[in-house]
Design a protein around this ligand. Sequence first.
Ligand code: GLN
Ligand code: ZN
Length: 763
Amino acid sequence: MVHATNLGFPRMGGNRELKKMVENYWAGKLDEKSLLSGAKTLRAEHWSIQKAAGIQDGHIPSNDFSFYDQVLDHLHIFNVIPKKYQGLQFPLEAYFAMGRGLQKEGVDVPAMEMKKWFDTNYHFIVPEFTAEQEFSLRSRKPIDEFVEAKAHGITTRPVLIGPVSFLRLGKAAKGHNFDPISLLDKLVPVYETLLKELVAAGAEWVQLDEPVLTFDLPKEFKDLYAKAYARLSAVSGVKILVANYFGRLGDNIDIVANLPVSAIHVDLVRAPEELDAVVKLAKDKSLVLSLGVINGRNIWKADLDAAIATVKRAVAVLGADRVLVAPSCSMLHTPHSLEPEVKMDKQIRDWLSFAVQKLDELVVIAKAVNNGEDSVKAALEANRASMKARRTSPLVHDAKVQAEMKAVTEDMFKRKSPFTTRSPAQQAKLNLPAFPTTTVGSFPQTKEVRVARQNLKKGNWTQAEYETFIKAETDKCIRFQEKVGLDMLVHGEFERNDMVEYFGENLKGYVFSQNGWVQSYGSRCVKPPIIYGDVSRPEPMTVYWSTYAQKQTTKPMKGMLTGPVTMLQWSFVRDDQPRSDTAFQLALAIRKEVQDLEKAGIPAIQIDEPAIREGLPLRRSDWEAYLKWAARAFLLSSTGVEDTTQIHTHMCYSDFNDIFSTIQALDADAITIENSKSDLKLLHAFEKYGYANGIGPGLYDIHSPRVPSQQEMGDRLKEMLVYLKKELVWVNPDCGLKTRGWPETEKALDNMCRVAESFRNAA
Ligand code: GLN
Ligand code: ZN
């Protein structure tokens, strides 16, 4: 029999119960006991959902729950607690302090570093190891949760991050210069102890996640892996499943072939081409093979016929007892359930599958393989009907968009003239001073602004009332910018809830869920919009507000748009065409918006692309292709204007080393970037590569209410001028100001403008 199995279930709960509990606990509104018991109830509920759906007992995950982050959990499990947190109360105070910092009487500790979990939008706490690091079993969470499930009559498969991935994802603590992987020999014995305890508690299978197998790994890793897993597999009574996900194994298949474990899991959604190779490997090494055939990261129904065929191919070689049906990765990255989505278009809803629905898909696949397709006839027929409807639906396929895509020509990726010609033409029109000042777009989204939006949504306010309010906010913002002496103004983005959602709501091809929340970090969840079909722009999206703003001032007003790659990256995207195709459709829609803004007399347009870097594929060999289409998507969106129109872009990170030539290829007239937190290496790169367009490295950090002095900003600007030609330099903050309050915004921008003035006068 093949079994339906799972690698991890979303932990927040159908109504984000976990988020609410944890935040109430932080706010002192919920005591520790209630938090712990609430979490227990939630876990029990999630296990029973999985069991009721038909996920095989013994293969229902546990230890996938977390109060904040699973990597942070492992720091507690293996007692990797940096010194500054050791004096705090264990476990919860220290735990949350490591995740989010803690300020209370006599204590002031920052949070540990957070990083994106592979190429998802989930963030993990980066483990920090010292050269003398010792490990011990400190938290018994994996064992406790196994026992807890057992009490409900459910045998779970505890999930642990494998020891190699755990170390590889970490870093050496400040002041320590060594590679954390060198700690493997010290760490493995503690894993061994943990496995023994799990076996003693009744566990049969243990899942060890080793997703770093999707990275390019140094040669030595083959031996390191073999040695570590030889020891772990020797624990008597344990069956280890090593799980890789988020990509192909590639040449790391040699590593996997060397592992003396019982089973391996592979991601066949991301790497379908590896099926035959992994089946052969499982056959040669007598392994159980877990096939990731349902996408754990997206929201589309799976093509069940295709998945069944894949599973059958493996069964034909290995026999049914050696095949597990699984999602590609943990379902942590999908929303909980489709059930509350009653407002969504019925047709589109029928194409979707969230975590709860994905469980059913896994079970149907397993049943079809075990008992024949007739045993699940109705489910398969319904699935075929959905697949067919989606393949042919006019909601998805828009002939007009496709014709426009075909009509795209090579000259639509280029400005009319090079920057050296454009720049004086723009200057003649804009007449900007040296060291021109600007901002990145948004101004404080105060409580009043958010309440106004709610009032409109709830119907308490008419559209006209809302617009009057937004106009007043915009006016105030413009008056302030004039008063403080900014040179290139913005309208403030008061009409926008979010930089992706605002555009998604105005584009065809997008749909929004009501409750499709996915954990981003800690208690924070995001609700990514869903791109279901060919994207087009029924009407101008920003022209109304930008022209309104331009009319209120004689200073140049900068239009503000979100770029195609960021729109793509922060949405759930179609799986029926390459990502690049969707990006180009978005680009074409934005291009029209850019042209309409130009026609309406907006002299400068900023196209934000903060997500270009995070879209980088996990393997180096895939980077070039991605960067090429990402740059082309931006170019398609931005180049349809006259030389005199100034195109800005913005990115809120500064790690450009790997993507420098892409930044150059974007050929924006000005780029504003985050800089205040980075060292000068970044600027050095701009100098070294001879970046010759306008550039505004952020003069101050907007993530904190702190107001840097003129002296401090002046020093920063002086440092920049060592690397950058002064004619190219813009003066601006690091990012948008929407999370800030007005008082600090006013002071900081005043300081910033005074600094620009003094440099101007000195020049
Ligand atoms: N224009 C946006 C803003 O200022 C940019 C935000 C971002 O880079 N994430 O809010
Ligand atoms: Zn930014």
